[in-house]
Write a protein that binds this ligand. Structure first.
Ligand SMILES: [Zn+2]
Ligand SMILES: [Zn+2]
Length: 149
């Protein structure tokens, strides 16, 4: 897995094609950068979310109304199946879904998209992963220090 396969130019162009503007520094797909959405909201984005998952400005998204098909798509992209998309009214509506791991979950569309909330089993796994990643990060920082970086 390459850590940074998109150049800053690529990211800048891609954002601009979608009416967004990069205003911060782009490091890699895993690091947040500041950008401005077409409606002038400033927010920090992850390029992998923007590019692969179609995640856009959170403020705009919370005003946006989704169709049934769009909702099904959002879940399908993540390998999940939404059970009651017809219940959707707004960002506060809790939707039930079958998680990519086969478990059952329920949360609002907003949380699902932006906070990556899944079923309780996945949430526990994610916390374990975050702890592992933090350990790796600390180790890398120590190595970086030794190299006088
Ligand atoms: Zn916006
Ligand atoms: Zn799950």
């Amino acid at each position: 897995m390459t850590r940074s396969k998109y150049s800053e130019e690529f990211v800048r162009d891609y954002l601009e094609q979608h009416g967004y503007k990069l205003i911060g520094t782009y490091k890699n797909t895993f690091t947040r950068f500041l950008c401005v959405c077409p409606n002038g909201h400033e927010y920090s984005a992850l390029f992998k979310d923007f590019y692969h998952r179609g995640i856009r400005c959170r403020k705009c998204a919370s005003n946006q109304k989704y169709t049934l098909d769009e909702i099904r798509d959002i879940y399908a992209k993540e390998g999940c199946t939404v059970i009651n998309p017809e219940a959707y009214k707004n960002r506060y509506t809790v939707l039930k879904f079958i998680c990519s791991c086969g478990g059952h979950g329920e949360t609002t569309l907003q949380y699902f998209m932006f906070d990556g909330i899944r079923c309780s089993e996945c949430r526990a796994e994610r916390m374990r992963q975050t702890k592992r990643n933090n350990r790796v990060k600390r180790a890398n920082e120590l190595i970086g220090d030794k190299n006088g970086k």
